[in-house]
Design a protein around this ligand. Structure first.
Ligand code: MG
Length: 145
């Protein structure tokens, strides 16, 4: 599998910097945003993003609002919510809105990596199914199947 492209979104700059450094050493390509608004801009320019790691609690556009926009604009991307104890309810709401999963902060890097790999695989499998369906459709349109 090609290295998954992952966008990390969190308003705490030191957290983003530390995680970006640590995750870059792993088998993925990571880009970062510090707000929901910035995340949407970056996703518009990086439409091949596989997974978004999304903080729930952010000033301006919060994690849930950002999630709703991502689902609407980039429905194939998978989203993992990051939450503190105070915002678990929001993470649950996120799951109902189609988030792949959620993790509690502070999260272990191994656990986060495992979730990211799972989410990336789900997204790639989904894309593969869509490709297959398109091929089948094209064949049948030409009376070949
Ligand atoms: Mg936050």
């Amino acid at each position: 599998m090609m290295k998954p492209l992952v966008l990390l979104v969190d308003d705490e700059a030191p957290f983003v910097e530390t995680m970006t450094k640590r995750l870059s050493k792993r088998d993925l390509k990571i880009i970062a945003a510090f707000s929901g608004e910035e995340a949407l801009e970056i996703l518009n320019k990086n439409r091949n993003t596989d997974v978004v790691i999304l903080d729930v609690k952010m000033p301006g556009m919060n994690g849930i609002e950002t999630l709703e926009q991502i689902r609407k604009q980039f429905p194939l991307m998978e989203v993992i919510m990051l939450t503190g104890h105070a915002t678990v309810e929001s993470a649950i709401e996120g799951m109902k809105l189609g988030a792949f999963d959620y993790l509690m902060k502070p999260c272990e890097i191994e656990q986060l990596m495992a979730k990211v790999q799972e989410a990336a695989k789900k997204k790639r499998d989904h894309e593969e199914k869509i490709r297959e369906a398109r091929v089948r459709e094209a064949l049948s349109a030409h009376g070949l199947e």
